[in-house]
Ligand binder design. Sequence first.
Ligand code: ADP
Ligand code: MG
Length: 638
Amino acid sequence: MAEQQFKAEVRKVLRILTNSLYTNREIFLRELISNASDALDKLRFRTSRGETPREPELPLEIRIALDETARTLTITDSGLGMSAEELAENLGTIAKSGSEAFLAELDAQAGESNPADAASIIGRFGVGFYSVFMVADKVEVTSLPAFGGDGQAHVWVSDGLGTFEVSACEAGELKRGTRIVVHLKEDAKEFAEKFRVESVIRKHSAFVPFPIFVGEDKINTQPALWREPKSSVTREQYDAFYKHLTYDGKAPLDVLHIAVDAPVQFNALLYLPDAAQDIFGMDRDYWGLDLYSRRVLIQHRNKELLPEYLAFLKGVVDTEDLPLNISRETLQENVVLRKIHQTIVKQLLGHLEKMAANDAETYARFWKLHGRVFKLGYQDFPNRERVAALLRFNTSFHEDAEGLSSLDDYMARAPEGQKTIWYVTAPNREAARLSPHLERFRKKGIETLYLYEPVDEFLMDGLHAYKEWAFQSVENAADDALDAFADKADADKPVTAPLSEDDNAAFDRLLARIREILGERVKDVRVSHRLAESAAVLVSPDGGMTSSMEKFLRVMQKDDSLPVKVLEVNRDHPLLRSLLRMFKADAADRTLTDMVECLFDACLLQDGYLKDPQALAARSNALLSQAAAWYGEVKHLG
Ligand code: ADP
Ligand code: MG
């Protein structure tokens, strides 16, 4: 075959790898070994289903030969192998999503600290092979497929610059699988030294499930940890296996080792990473558990084993109860997997419950990292009570945005007679505290959950209630919802005196006048029972959605019209009292109209809707000049 061009995205990745990543170059060996291990896994998988490979007696192993004089490292595996087409396809292109994700992640990291941390991401996005060009100026990959083919070997050769070549060749000593000859760059000759290579393997590839030989010496000796009795495994071993599994540079937050015999037999190692993942974004394909059947790897990142709300878990599951000839397609809807899934959920919830009870600090850390994903657990109907008990919230009780409480904490602090869990949605704590809807709650000393994320409202809707306490937004609280509770001793007393009967009647006419001024823009104008400090607030007509939910739906429907709501005014607020005086003096006063407009603007602004800032600025400037003029006059007279 003639010379071929690498695909554009490969060239991009190669340029980055060869030019800008100098530290941590040793991980190229981890990538080659992991590819060899994958090829052996695939061969074992197909053999276990009854297929017979070329040279069936050949042991499954990885061999590394070094030549310091020739400056070469040669790695050979007796795995699946590749045909000529596969060589060109697998080593000349990258799955598009993989290269994109890799480049994006690299960009993101380059922004922060050192760009050299490619080590932690390179293996994840299907670009691992190309890391060999960090240390090589020429690479030859000879391969002989284990299944099919006519016994003809092919070799892929490239200097990693722009092109590669695939041609037929003698298999030589290669009986099956793949042999890669790495011609090391002058400044990478250390990777032809036995001592150096062995230490890299011990560091990065200790858990590879096939023997790795350097010369005649077997280097890796770690057992499959998940099959070992818990008591014999140390935390260091657990952590080392986690690194092997995830390439995460940071030790895991916690590990759960499961060995179960009924209703299905399985062993599992589950890790809680000490870093948040973007399960709904960049990492959406990169979750799931590695599924083994009797130590044969069936599938990487199997997603049947976990509900989405536990997608942050990393780990492996090994079961004896899957038929050996199971195909990957029939794994879906599989009864054994469903039972394992259920058991994992139960055990993990139990584990988190223990952690929450005994180690609040670690649990808080777990919550900060993975709470966003875990909240989706409201969809797990049979377990929702347990999920709800594990939720954490920042509330009006806390001093700052860092504080966290469970629903049980909240209920324990509630006054006698409270049977509702109140919440307010806002983008952050400052905004939540400013919500006028909260004023009467503060006055009565009734605690409120602060919800900062869009998913939270679905969570409240989905859960509906916890231990028979209903969740309810403060926005939808009935006028008399808090009547049963006494004011806090130190609550602010109103500064205005109660209105006389005449003034009450006048106030009703003022409301009618405001209604007239605002016209179609409001559903109604009425006296508020929820306000203590603010002058006015917009509320949804009875039983409507909360404003954040409504905003969310409007964005979804690309609706940018202003919502028509009810304007509630605080009859005891000094501003309303002034308006009343103006109204009594002259019901058609221009300034009264301007002030009502301004008040309405402020309410829209507070609710997050404002379409015409120019008009708002003009109106408030006009009012300011009037006020300034009056002030001058009064001062002058006085
Ligand atoms: P990934 O391993 O994530 O798929 P790599 O860049 O490491 O990405 O490898 C690309 C592909 O090349 C592999 O998916 C595999 O199909 C093929 N490959 C690489 N090394 C070997 C090998 N030793 N034996 C068989 N196939 C291999
Ligand atoms: Mg790989």
